[in-house]
Ligand binder design. Structure first.
Ligand SMILES: Nc1ncnc2c1ncn2[C@@H]1O[C@H](COP(=O)(O)OP(=O)(O)OP(=O)(O)O)[C@@H](O)[C@H]1O
Ligand SMILES: [Mg+2]
Length: 263
């Protein structure tokens, strides 16, 4: 069965989608088969992966019970579009509403090594579905004065999902994202998070760069567009594989790092 990781944050624009997309890239290049699940009506992840806007069915149809997840996978992406907003409303009135994605992903789980789920910028029903469907939660944090609060709030929802719905859910960690470590507040944010959460904070910080906007615009992975910056995601993926205990895959990733960023 696939290992499922849900990427969430309390706020918008913390780099969730970029993290989901780039981790997908790194893991795939390390020989891991990955299904990417877009759980945001903005459909950014689907766009990143060039899923046609009229792809049908989508994750909204799956959550509404109109389609099977296997039929809604387009090139290893379970895409979303604005229809997801309506599906979320409908879902809210149903029995077992928090379990819907978990049930839907059971079948795809047999066909992939890993599933990465990108959440919307809120801690509502869709994010709860993503947590209940997951083995691990990965919190993305902005590098700002309020990052500690943001991670604490996201963590509260993770704990709530764990206590009341899904006891096996584990917190994989928190990553400081889009960080300009030359600024005092970014360094302060990392320090505060590390003091509060210790080892749970990834050593890797994802640096801020305009190259991410360029790479998104050109539809090129940061790994190819700017391998020197992609190095951050290679390092993050290495930490993730280490935490998962995936040794062989970690070795393949090490080889990929050598190839992309020769010493
Ligand atoms: N390391 C980075 N440096 C600079 N810009 C970045 C970086 N990572 C992502 N971005 C840009 O920041 C914006 C927000 O990133 P992204 O879409 O990944 O965040 P998000 O948390 O998914 O947002 P939302 O909550 O709206 O879904 C995007 O324009 C993206 O290209
Ligand atoms: Mg997003």
């Amino acid at each position: 069965m696939a290992t499922t990781i849900t990427i969430l944050s309390q706020k918008g624009g913390t780099g969730k989608t970029t993290t989901t997309r780039t981790l997908c890239d790194v893991l795939r290049r390390s020989g891991i088969s990955v299904l990417a699940v877009d759980l945001d009506a903005q459909g950014n992840l689907s766009d990143y992966f060039d899923v046609p806007a009229d792809a049908d069915p989508t994750v909204a149809d799956v959550l509404a019970g109109r389609a099977k997840a296997m039929d809604a996978i387009h090139s290893d992406v379970l895409p979303a579009n604005l229809g997801l907003a309506e599906a979320e409303l409908v879902l809210g009135g149903k029995m077992g509403r928090e379990m819907t994605l978990r049930r839907a992903l059971r079948e795809p789980g047999k066909h992939y090594d890993a599933i990465l789920v990108d959440c919307p910028p809120s801690l509502g029903l869709l994010t709860v579905n993503a947590l209940v469907a997951a083995d691990y939660a990965l919190i993305s944090s902005e590098a700002e004065y309020f990052s500690l609060q943001g991670v604490e709030q996201a963590l509260e929802v993770v704990e709530l999902a764990k206590e009341s719905l899904h006891p096996d859910l584990e917190w994989l960690g928190a990553v400081l994202n889009i960080a300009d470590m030359r600024t005092v507040h970014a360094r302060e944010a990392h320090k505060q998070l590390s003091e509060r959460f210790g080892d749970k904070v990834f050593d890797t910080v994802i640096r801020r760069s305009v190259a991410y906007a360029e790479s998104a615009e050109r539809g090129v992975s940061i790994l190819d567009h700017r391998p020197d910056l992609g190095a951050d995601y290679l390092a993050l993926a290495a930490e993730v594989l280490e935490r998962l205990g995936w040794r062989a895959e970690g070795a393949q990733l090490a080889a990929l790092r050598q190839e992309l960023i020769p010493a």
